[in-house]
Design a protein around this ligand. Structure first.
Ligand SMILES: [Zn+2]
Ligand SMILES: [Zn+2]
Length: 378
């Protein structure tokens, strides 16, 4: 089911580009995490951005009108534009706030509450875990909301006070005389770091930051078929922002430990099995280990060195959709390096029955000289 992008922005399907832009700006001002600390607002803001990204792009909007979802994994429609993830240009966000192009001018006090940063964590997994999925315990080291002050930064029973230096404006102006005349410049107030307010009595737990660093234990659900380097996103499990701002996301990056038997290429697995010369000639049955347990395979008589056997469906499950990759067994045929006198005699007998004239190393002549003689017409 495709998302209702028109509904998210509250515009009709016939809306003009201008109407879409106006609706987006209005909602973005309302739900921006800087002005709306409610965690729900953070999600809503992301949703609004995604809807605007789609509806402001003719190609993506067309996909929506055809019933697809251009932001869905895999692109939504056959031949449609790929899903690039919700991203709206910085300029659009600035426009939403200041009405016109950003840059210069006064912006007023900086909010104390700001959104937190994303965090990333590396998770090492075995092949069996990436293949079949696992619920892995992780330890996360991030800033979390200070529970004593709920992010306000003030000690219990105390409040923020208006900054006396800037009178709450968050910035101070200075006038400089230059040879061009008077130049008025404004800069953030040093006394309040541009917030316009100060904390007379900081919260003893977080020292006024509204957040504290702590170590948490979480369980992350790894789906079957993930690959080395992939990232799993845990929404709002990243760093809590200053002033208790909405947490960023936590990305868990998968690192697959090398396996001692299998090497992985995509969803296919490869392994090597050494086979004695006699077994390759006569054919044999053998038992090999797969990810699912033991498997009996048959080696056909007359198997040549560097042959490959393919075992269907014994590779890694596909991450999206059904089915699995294959298991390729590469056969190395091993020639005996040392023979007893008896074995040598039997092997020479064997060669003779096949009409293969194998010269003895201790005697003159041999296979190569006979070849040359044959070419010279002897
Ligand atoms: Zn100030
Ligand atoms: Zn606190």
């Amino acid at each position: 089911m495709a998302k209702d992008y028109y509904g998210i922005l509250g515009v009709s399907r016939e809306a003009t580009d201008d109407e879409i832009k106006r609706a987006y700006r209005k909602l973005a001002r309302q739900y921006h995490p800087d002005v709306n600390p409610d965690p729900e607002a953070h999600n809503k803001f992301k949703e609004i951005n995604a809807a605007y990204e789609v509806l402001s792009d003719d190609q993506k909007r067309q996909i929506v009108d055809l019933g697809g979802d251009p932001l869905a994994p895999g692109g939504g429609m056959p031949g449609g534009a790929g899903g690039a993830g919700p991203f709206v240009g910085f300029q659009d966000i600035m426009d939403a706030f200041f009405g016109t192009a950003a840059g210069g001018g006064s912006r007023g006090p900086r909010p104390r509450t700001r959104p937190g940063a994303d965090a990333i964590l590396r998770l090492e997994l075995d092949l069996v875990e990436t293949a079949f999925g696992v619920e892995a315990p992780i330890t996360v080291d991030t800033a979390v909301l200070c529970t004593q002050c709920s992010g306000a930064g003030t000690a219990p029973g105390t409040h923020l006070a208006t900054c006396e230096v800037c009178a709450g404006r968050g910035e101070v102006q200075s006038v400089q005389r230059t040879f061009l005349g008077q130049v008025v410049s404004s800069r953030p107030c040093q006394n309040c770091q541009g917030h316009g307010t100060v904390i007379p009595t900081p919260c003893p737990t977080c020292a006024g930051d509204g957040r504290i660093r702590t170590r948490r234990s979480l369980t992350v659900k790894i789906p079957a078929g993930v690959e080395d380097g992939m990232r799993i996103r845990l929404a709002q499990q990243g760093e809590v922002g200053p002033g208790g701002g909405t947490a960023g996301d936590l990305y868990v990056e998968i690192h697959e430990r090398p396996h001692d038997v299998y090497s992985r290429k995509g969803d296919d697995l490869h392994c090597r099995v050494t086979l004695p010369m006699t077994a390759a000639a006569l054919g044999t049955r053998m038992t090999i280990k797969t990810l699912d347990g033991e498997e009996n395979i048959e080696v056909k008589p007359g198997t040549q060195p560097a042959s490959t056997l393919r075992i269907r469906g014994k590779g890694v499950p596909h991450l999206r959709g059904q089915g699995r990759g294959e298991l390729f067994v590469h056969l190395d045929v091993k020639t005996p390096t040392k023979l007893t006198a008896d074995q040598e005699r039997m092997l020479r007998e064997f060669a003779k029955t096949r009409g293969e004239d194998v010269a003895e190393l201790s005697k003159q002549g041999g296979f190569f000289s006979r070849m040359r003689d044959a070419f010279n017409g002897h």
